[in-house]
Design a protein around this ligand. Structure first.
Ligand code: ADP
Ligand code: AMP
Length: 217
């Protein structure tokens, strides 16, 4: 089963992807996490990606698609995956569909998480992330047990550079899922929309219901 999570920055894609991956056994693939790892490791790709990320812009498709398709070749994604933050546009969606078609697979669900702008700004301003494992927290809504320390792996928590107010504004202007991308998945009959402005557990529950009966369940 292949699932994409769609939604504006701060909608809860990363948070919910981790919960859904735990519930379904699907591997969680986040292009944002992959870019952040490249930035941390100082790779050439990281340098290119950072120049876009710092401005709240999307990294060019050519670079993003190549990175994603390489990740898809890893054995842990052979039978399914949960994509978070990819695709951001129809070009990326088509590239993913073509790669899946080659293995006789397709996107089974596109889950759109909807949240108002006001709430997105509040969420991104209070987001903390683990440097080591990428776990996501919020200083008020979902705090770690010990401030600054990841519950999952004990890693150090930090606030993302692109969660500063001026970059957040740019991201909310430039990075909402475009209408033609939503339409792309609607036409294929796989789109489900979930209200993301509910407590974390309620959103997880709604997403699991939207995924529907799980093959191995
Ligand atoms: P995305 O991956 O879509 O950018 P995240 O999963 O990183 O979003 O969530 C953004 C912030 O909002 C995080 O600080 C997270 O803890 C918080 N958050 C996520 N879902 C909810 C929710 N349902 N209610 C309140 N806060 C949430
Ligand atoms: P995210 O963690 O999903 O909020 O992504 C962080 C940043 O990485 C974004 O602001 C973009 O600059 C970049 N990025 C992540 N995923 C993609 C993608 N699929 N296409 C282009 N840029 C991306």
């Amino acid at each position: 089963m292949y699932i994409v999570l769609l939604g504006p920055p701060g909608a809860g894609k990363g948070t919910q992807a981790q919960r859904l991956a735990a519930a379904t056994g699907l591997v969680h693939i986040s292009t944002g996490d992959m870019f952040r790892e490249h930035v941390r490791n100082g790779t050439e790709l990281g340098k290119v990606a950072k120049s876009y990320m710092d401005r709240g812009e999307l990294v060019p498709d050519e670079v993003t698609i190549a990175m994603l398709l390489e990740r898809l070749e890893q054995p842990d994604a052979a039978k399914g995956a949960m994509f978070d933050g990819y695709p951001r546009n129809v070009t990326q969606a088509r590239a993913l569909d073509e790669a899946l078609a080659k293995r006789g697979a397709k996107i089974d669900r596109a889950l759109l998480i909807e949240v108002s702008d006001e709430e997105l700004v509040a969420r991104l301003g209070g987001r903390w992330m683990c440097r080591r494992c990428g776990a996501v927290y919020h200083e008020r809504n979902d705090p770690p047990k010990t401030p600054g320390i990841c519950d999952r792996c004990g890693g150090e928590l930090y606030q993302r550079d692109d969660d500063k107010p001026d970059v957040v504004r740019a991201r909310l202007e430039k990075q909402k899922p475009p209408a033609d991308l939503i339409e792309y998945y609607r036409e294929r009959g796989v789109l489900r929309t979930v209200n993301g402005e509910q407590p974390l557990d309620a959103v997880t529950q709604a997403l699991l219901e939207a995924i529907g009966p799980w093959p191995s369940a």
